[in-house]
Write a protein that binds this ligand. Structure first.
Ligand code: PEP
Ligand code: MN
Length: 353
């Protein structure tokens, strides 16, 4: 059984909040973000110095120069500062600058060679390490990365859930696959598990609901991207919120901690919650496709409701339900409601100019 320690003793009480910009862009931007974060009563500040970007030619962070600004954040506001490292060189520079912790990004966690190099460089070092989930929903790959860091002697470790890459359109930028972090928590019950609703949702309006969902599922904290002027952010502008907005969200969040020694009932409930999340996600995905069909129908001057099509769909859903031990009536009701909502959404599209 692995024995993890809290990232920072002072922040051992949950929930644990980490906030700050996606990237450190300038001294002024970093200090303004840190001032807002400190005013919100949050103790841990994040900012990316080196940014792993999907495509070349986008802003890749200012590099080591930004470490000086993080030093200033510590001195001025007394915040703990954390940044992303992807190589032993990044790690060495960050530690020399006195950061209090580092996070390993999703792309790095995916690569065991890169993880081992960082783990080797952490031998004999006392720092906090946050390990984001790999880009694919593979719990063993995530745990393997955590084990490498643990084996190098680090005990102040947190796992950060930031969702998983997906090739199909979903409501989210990165599919949450809640069952993966829940499985991680089952296998490593005493690890600090943090959610990153900014990278999961990819949208400002999803930060609040995803944060509450994570807390409801037993996560111990949140890492949220906060920028003093989100619209002008050089990376991830769509998902960043101001520290003031985050402070407002924090004040509305409900914290219902399940007992540490999870009893069977709370395990069942967590399972139900995961299934319910999947149902909502699938419904959102279905409506997205229904809207696309709506655009197609409008383009070709077709009627919205095609009775035959609906009858076929209903019959096949009811037959499948019966085969799986569910009543036809129950499925009839649910699919009628789903169909009604699709028709409503398509009517909206027909009505657009
Ligand atoms: C980030 O936190 O800004 C980041 C790059 O995260 P991820 O590795 O989760 O994409
Ligand atoms: Mn980001």
């Amino acid at each position: 059984m692995k024995e993890f320690k809290p990232l920072f003793e002072e922040c051992a009480a949950s929930p644990l909040y980490i906030a700050g910009p996606c990237s450190a862009e300038s001294r002024e931007q970093v200090l303004a973000a840190a001032e807002g974060v400190a005013k919100a009563g949050i103790k841990i500040f994040r900012a990316g110095v080196w940014k792993p970007r999907t495509k070349p030619g986008t802003f890749e962070g200012v590099g080591a120069e930004a470490l000086e600004w993080l030093k200033e954040v510590k001195e001025r506001y007394g915040l703990y500062v954390v940044t992303e490292v992807a190589t032993p060189e990044h790690l060495e520079l960050a530690l020399m600058a006195g950061v209090d912790g580092v996070w390993i990004g999703a792309r790095t966690t995916t690569n065991p060679f890169a993880m081992q190099q960082i783990a080797d460089a952490l031998q004999g070092v006392d720092t906090a390490v946050l390990i984001k989930n790999p880009v694919i929903p593979d719990v063993d790959l995530w745990i393997g990365a955590i084990e490498r860091i643990y084996n190098s002697g680090i005990r102040r470790i947190a796992a950060v859930h930031r969702g998983f890459g997906t090739h199909h359109a979903t409501l989210y930028r990165n599919d949450p696959h809640w069952s993966v972090p829940i499985e991680l928590q089952r296998l490593l019950p005493n690890i600090t598990l943090i959610s990153d609703p900014s990278h999961i949702g990819g949208r400002r309006d999803l930060v609040a609901p995803l944060s509450q969902q994570a807390l409801d599922l037993g996560f111990s904290g949140l890492m949220v991207e906060c920028h003093p002027m989100p619209d002008s952010a050089l990376s991830d502008a769509m998902q960043q919120i101001t520290p003031e907005v985050f402070s407002g969200i924090v004040s509305t969040l409900k914290w219902r901690r399940t007992p540490a020694n999870n009893n069977l009932l709370s395990e069942y409930r967590m399972h139900i919650d995961t299934i319910d999340s999947r149902i909502v996600e699938l419904l959102a995905e279905r409506m997205e496709v229904a809207r696309e069909i709506g655009v197609h129908k409008r383009h070709h001057g077709m009627a919205i409701v095609q009775r035959e099509r609906f009858n076929e769909l209903l019959e096949s859903a009811e037959a499948r339900a019966e085969f799986m031990g569910l009543s036809r009536g129950f499925i009839h009701l649910i699919f009628s409601a789903i169909h009604e909502e699709s028709v409503r959404q398509q009517s909206e599209i027909q009505g657009e100019n």
